[in-house]
Ligand binder design. Structure first.
Ligand code: LLP
Length: 387
């Protein structure tokens, strides 16, 4: 049981709706990830886009984990919370000139570049600063991640990365760009990947690509394998800590890494999803035909994943953990949209107005994607060691 009785009593008293982060679970997850990454001497850059809570970033900084940022705002946040600048990578298809300037001035570790035009812009800005920009080429490897189509990124149809067939063009271009220093290759094929064979396929593509580059006498010292490791949404307690060992083992076995190469990973969800829950209160219950609805005080404005990706999140009635009688409910929010529903036909103990529900595995892409839609306000935030 994730929520012990002593904590439930405290949670019931806090003003809902709110995100609740279990700091011990977060630290345990980080420790396991670091331990597993050591087997291949991998460097982890936490993907801030999953959750940029200061408190969580400070914990990551304590473990000397780097950051994967996609905006100036994220880089600033990472630095402010103690993450070392030379451990920050900057990715994203749409970096503005101002953001590039900022990243170069801060001397971050690497910019992951997604197009030829972006290379030219970075070169110009670096030239003005009289510096060389350290970059990795984000290559779109055309590998299927077998995940939801909205979070697949490594197929030719996706907007991300440079198509491998354009590589020669890029290499020619690089010869002319004197203020660019090619240090690495970057890949990211998608998110919530649970079939590890996708990562194996990625490794095989990278091996091919490396051989091709070496024929042209091009060697890179850094390989960034992106993020994407999925988590167990169905049974969060059984999969509280994702299987990092199995994940890193795939790269150990299948990636033909050169002895001088460093490996980098941009884990987001797998580090932070399971430590977070969205806690909400039942406002009303009602029936329509055979359907039983629970209307709660949080909705798609606070956790959009079910509405946007039809994502499953386990829902628990933590006021009534032990209740013997159960019923199927549609658990819906207060927003004026039919998609504002956290779960349909959710089996819960008989539930009443005032009961507290926990929507599990909400630590990643939950709070960060919250909005003020319908002007209902943003959710509160509490940490396990502060309540
Ligand atoms: N690196 C890059 C270049 C990325 O685009 C992403 C995620 C990551 C790393 C981190 O991936 P992770 O380890 O978290 O899977 N809002 C969606 C997920 C969007 C993922 C965007 N990119 C969701 O709620 O499922």
């Amino acid at each position: 049981m994730f929520f012990q009785n002593s904590i439930i009593e405290k949670l019931k008293k806090l003003p809902t709706p709110y995100y609740y982060y279990d700091v011990d679970v977060f630290e345990l997850t980080i420790q396991k990830a670091l331990q597993a990454s050591k087997t291949i001497n991998g460097h982890i850059h936490y993907a801030l886009k999953a959750n940029h809570q200061d408190r969580l970033l400070q914990i990551l900084a304590k473990y000397k984990i780097g950051a994967d940022c996609v905006s100036k705002g994220e880089i600033e946040k990472a630095i402010k919370n103690g993450i070392s600048v030379n451990n920050i990578v900057f990715a994203g298809v749409g970096k503005t000139d101002e953001e590039i300037l900022y990243a170069l001035k801060e001397k971050i570790f690497c910019l992951n570049v997604e197009s030829i035009q972006e290379l030219e812009v970075i070169n110009d800005i670096a030239n003005n600063l009289n510096t060389k920009a350290p970059i990795a080429l984000r290559i779109n490897p055309n590998v299927d991640a077998y995940t939801h189509k909205f979070i697949t990124t490594g197929l030719t149809d996706n907007k991300f990365g440079i198509n491998a067939s354009d590589l020669n063009l890029v290499l020619d271009k690089l010869k002319q760009l004197k203020n660019i220093q090619l240090i690495g290759l970057h890949f990211h094929i998608g998110s919530q990947i649970t079939d590890l064979s996708s990562f194996k396929n990625l490794c095989l593509k990278i091996n091919e690509l490396q051989r091709y580059l070496e024929e042209k006498n091009i060697e890179v010292t850094h390989l960034n394998l992106g993020g994407g490791l999925g988590i167990n949404y169905m049974h969060p307690d059984e999969g509280l800590v994702p299987d990092f060992e199995a994940y890193f083992k795939v790269f150990y076995e299948f990636l033909e890494r050169r002895h001088f190469q460093q490996l980098h990973f941009e884990l987001g969800r797998s580090l932070v999803a399971q430590c977070g829950s969205l806690i909400t209160k039942v406002l009303y219950q009602k029936q329509s035909g055979n359907k039983h609805f629970l209307i709660v005080d949080s909705g798609m404005n606070h956790l959009i994943r079910p509405a946007l990706y039809e994502a499953y999140h386990k829902i628990e009635n933590i006021s009534k953990y032990q209740h013997p009688d159960q019923q199927l409910y549609d658990v819906c929010g207060p927003i004026c949209e039919s998609t504002d529903c956290f779960g349909k036909n959710v089996l819960l103990p008989i539930t009443q107005r005032g009961d507290i529900l926990a929507i599990r595995s909400a630590g990643a892409y939950g709070e960060v994607m919250a909005s003020d839609y319908n002007l209902r306000g943003l959710p509160n935030v509490y940490f396990s060691d502060e309540v």
